[in-house]
Design a protein around this ligand. Structure first.
Ligand code: ADP
Ligand code: MG
Length: 892
């Protein structure tokens, strides 16, 4: 029966003959080689950094149970002298026999059976040391003594061994091992020492604190006592002192409560916090090392807890109320212990419900039974047959506890503090590096800005200097050459004494040569100037590009860029100014070329014996491609036209002069009109009050008006109105001459007769005679002649029937009055006009009454030009009205 009971209740024994409770499938590790070493490969830890959650894999670890037999004490020696012990131990078989009577006994197997001769050292080594090692490895651990009062629980667990080190109990020895193993710089050990009595937890380190509550982490289910004093232990000595203080407090408290230590549970909690460094590929901390094949280090903290419990005497469970307590009180005293028994029963039987929450003790020891801690239980028994019943129930408790399976788990978490310290250092480093780079960048930017500014300033200076020099030089040269030309012209005039519009005469090739030289020189200057301008343009472009780069590289330097932008704008303005100056120089050159051209032509004519300009029209030149033409190509027509709109009056004047000179060449006229030059000139006439501009513009229009297509364009663009307006308010004879010349040209167009008359062209022409200048009168006369010629042609063709529009507009009196003008050109135009008018019979009456007949008769007699003389004669003869009038007046 005994053996059957033993085999029924027996638990598997520790393997490998290890003389410790850490047998079975628990790793038996070497004590010395353990620090910072990871547990065996079967262990898997959570890599999330949080406490391993319930349900994570762990190592199965059954609650280990040892039984310790106390030697007979003095009293037993006497009282039980005649009786044999009720127990018999077989330590080598790890068996214990409980005698039922003289002939029968039950045999029990335990993980360890400790005889009455077992030393405290050995008890520690087989019961507690494996748990302590586990705790140092990061597991929770529990060592608990259970047994009847007086069987040696306190002696086993809490004996301080003041006088006799050999008798030191588990608490003292465990702390000794822990302190020897931890590293003071990185690890910490702290303790709480508590007493649980009648479901109240008292702080043995602070007696005033006598109702500490248990706090459960809702997530992990871990219990803690935040209200308990927690003292850090640095050395063994202070720990022993702490234990004795706790013991003194315990005695004092129990006296106050009128109880004995044996009725309360004493609990020592040792918290061990260790830093370990593990390698993990899920988190990179020191990426500075990433180029080497070293896995990043991962700082971890392992928190473990060793709970050493000296339980209240187990006999109370069965003898409640036996010592004078009321039943309820006695129940309360023993509530925790009976709850522990129930829980262990439930766990041993694999019940679905374990009443952990029934008492404070079971709540505190939640992790020790059926939890994640490594747990060793030492049951203490006495040898006395008088307590056989208590001993049997204690043994039963131990047997049931052996069936409780725990699942050991390491609890580690990130060392967030050290991680954040490391990261902070790294961030500091990065910030410093960033600041350094920022400074370097700003310095570089400033340097580049400075450089750019210096360069701009230098270019500006050089450019302005060169330009001023060049301008002065050109001006001087220009003045000189004009002076020379004037001098030469004067000499020639004196020599030849001839008159006419161009009265220049010179002594042949010398002047041509010198003028050509000058032209060549000025052209060279112009080329130099153009080159310089190009160089400055390139410089400006370069600066622009540089600016672009600066803008790209400098995101925050807007102010600086704005400033450089302004500089650039100023530079661009300057460039524009310079271009305009160049334009002026060019136009001056153009003038010079033009004059030189004129001289050359004049000389050629002189050379060929023709001293007079064939026509007195303001249009002068229709020869072969002159230097003017070449310049025209160089400058570009559009550029010239754009200068017409310049805000600088000087530039405008030069531009209009250039345009006028270009317009004087028939070859250019079409291009000018196509490019909108005519419109621009007409606009100038309208807007400009400057007499020079008006004169030159009118001259240009006059030149353009030589061409039939342009004549029509001038009319459709309202040119005649502008010309008549100018005719009305201009006083400068040369302006009037140009305007008159332009109208005179229009007068020669058959298609425009009516429009010219209706828009006041004829009256404007006649109005200009007020100035009396021969040049103006000559153009007026030419216009009248042209108009009359067109009218007579139309009359001959039968397309015109009415009276002459000239007569309608009152031109006849002036015609008659100037028919014998002493200026030959005027006289000749009037003579022709009279002939043309007379050819149309419808005009005869008016002409007669206006006195024109007398003039015609005079012309037919006295005109120096034979062709005109005979024309007048033919005209008079062919008109019946004139003939009859002449007969009436008896003119021959
Ligand atoms: P408990 O705490 O279980 O009530 P104690 O530890 O107070 O029992 O022990 C009662 C007495 O027995 C004490 O005087 C103690 O010194 C002594 N004692 C207990 N166990 C032993 C032992 N193994 N060897 C010698 N004396 C012991
Ligand atoms: Mg005790």
């Amino acid at each position: 029966m005994a053996s059957s009971a033993a085999s029924r209740n027996g638990a598997p024994r520790g393997g490998g003959g290890a003389r410790s409770l850490a047998g079975g499938n628990l790793r038996s590790s070497s004590y010395k080689s353990r620090p910072s070493q990871l547990p065996g490969s079967t262990l898997r830890r959570s890599s999330t950094g949080s406490f391993a959650a319930a349900g994570d894999d762990g190592v199965p670890g059954r609650v280990r149970v040892a039984v310790r037999l106390r030697p007979r004490n003095a009293e037993e020696m006497v009282a039980d002298a005649d009786f044999a012990d009720c127990v018999e131990v077989q330590p080598e078989l790890k068996r214990l026999k409980l005698r039922k009577n003289n002939w029968d006994s039950d045999t029990y197997e335990f993980d360890e059976v400790l005889t009455e001769f077992a030393s405290q050292k050995r008890v520690y080594e087989v019961v507690a040391k494996p748990v302590v090692e586990s705790v140092l490895d990061g597991y929770n651990g529990t060592v608990m003594a259970y047994g009847q009062t007086g069987t040696g629980k306190t002696f086993t667990v809490g004996h301080l061994g003041d006088g006799d080190t050999a008798s030191r109990g588990i608490m003292v020895r465990a702390m000794e091992d822990i302190l020897a193993d931890v590293a003071p710089e990185t690890d910490s050990v702290s303790v709480s020492y508590l007493q649980l009595y009648m479901e109240a937890i008292q702080d043995l380190l602070d007696p005033t604190n006598d109702n500490i509550s248990i706090v459960e982490d809702p997530k992990t289910g871990d219990v803690s006592l935040p209200g308990a004093t927690l003292l850090e232990i640095r050395d063994q000595q202070s720990f022993v002192e702490l234990l004795s203080i706790g013991e003194a407090h315990r005695i004092a408290a129990n006296t106050k409560l009128n109880t004995e230590s044996s009725r309360s549970h004493a609990i020592l909690m040792v918290h061990v916090k260790r830093s370990v460094v593990s390698q993990d590929d899920t988190l990179s901390i020191e990426n500075g090392n990433s180029s080497h094949f070293v896995k990043p280090l991962r700082p971890l903290i392992r928190k473990s807890k060793l709970v050493l419990v000296d339980l209240a005497g187990s006999e109370r469970v069965h003898k409640s109320g036996s010592e004078g307590h009321m039943l309820e009180e006695a129940k309360s005293i023993n509530l925790s212990l009976s709850a522990l028994g129930k829980c262990i029963n439930a766990l041993a039987e694999n019940c679905a419900h374990v009443p952990v929450r029934d008492s404070k003790l079971t709540r505190l020891l939640k992790d020790s039974f059926g939890g994640t801690a490594r747990t060793s239980l030492i049951v203490t028994i006495g040898p006395s047959p008088r307590h056989r019943g208590e001993t049997a129930s204690t043994i039963q408790f131990g047997q049931r506890a052996m069936k409780v399976e725990n699942m050991l788990k390491i609890k580690e978490e990130f060392d967030y503090k050290s991680l954040s310290r490391k990261l902070e250092i790294q961030v500091d480093k990065l910030i410093a590096e960033n600041e350094r780079q920022q400074k370097a960048y700003e310095y570089e930017l400033e340097r580049m800005n400075q450089e750019a500014q210096n360069r701009i300033a230098e270019v500006e200076r050089n450019f302005a200097e060169a330009l001023e020099k060049e301008r002065l030089k050109c001006q001087m040269e220009y003045m000189e050459s004009v002076k020379k030309l004037e001098e030469k012209m004067l000499t020639n005039q004196r020599k030849h004494g001839s008159d006419g519009i161009i009265r220049n005469e010179c002594n042949g090739e010398d002047q041509v040569v010198s003028v050509s030289d000058e032209v060549a020189e000025v052209r060279k200057l112009l080329q130099n100037e153009t080159q310089r301008r190009k160089a400055s343009e390139e410089e400006v472009n370069k600066l622009n590009t540089r600016m672009g780069q600066l803008m790209q590289s400098e995101a925050g330097g807007d102010g600086e860029i704005l400033r450089i932008h302004q500089l650039l704008e100023v530079e661009t303005q300057k460039k524009k100014k310079l271009e305009e100056e160049v334009m002026i120089l060019k136009s001056q050159l153009l003038q010079l070329s033009y004059e030189a051209d004129q001289s050359r032509r004049y000389m050629e004519r002189v050379g060929s014996g023709n001293g007079l300009n064939g026509t007195d029209s303001p249009s002068v030149n229709n020869g072969e491609k002159a230097p003017v033409g070449t310049l025209f190509e160089q400058v570009g027509l559009h550029q010239i036209l754009s200068y017409l709109e310049s805000e600088d009056a000087n530039v405008q004047i030069h531009a209009v002069k250039v345009l006028a000179n270009l317009a004087a060449e028939e070859a250019n006229q079409e291009k000018i009109v196509e490019a909108g030059g005519l419109t621009s000139l007409l606009m100038l006439l309208r807007k400009f009050e400057d007499e020079t501009v008006r004169r030159v513009a009118a001259g240009a229009i006059a030149n353009l008006a030589m061409n039939e297509t342009n004549q029509e364009l001038i009319m459709t663009q309202g040119g005649i109105t502008l010309l008549t307006m100018t005719a009305a308010d201009a006083e400068d004879p040369q302006t009037l001459r140009m305007v008159a010349g332009a109208i005179a040209n229009l007068c020669g167009n058959d298609k425009l007769q009516m429009k010219l008359k209706s828009e006041g062209g004829i009256k404007a022409l006649l109005g200009m005679v007020r100035c009396g200048h021969a040049d103006v009168l000559s153009q007026v006369a030419r216009g009248i002649a042209n108009f009359a010629k067109c009218e007579s042609r139309a009359a001959t063709q039968g397309t015109k029937n009415g009276r002459s529009l000239l007569i309608d507009d009152g031109a006849l009196p002036w015609i008659v009055q100037n028919a014998n003008n002493e200026a030959a050109p005027i006289r000749r135009h009037i003579e022709l006009a009279l002939c043309h008018l007379a050819q149309h019979e419808v005009n005869a009456k008016e002409m007669i009454s206006g006195g024109a007949l007398w003039e015609l008769v005079r012309i037919s007699h006295d005109c120096s030009r034979e062709d005109i003389r005979s024309l007048a004669r033919r005209t008079l003869n062919s008109s019946p009205t004139f003939r009859s009038e002449m007969r009436r007046l008896r003119i021959d």
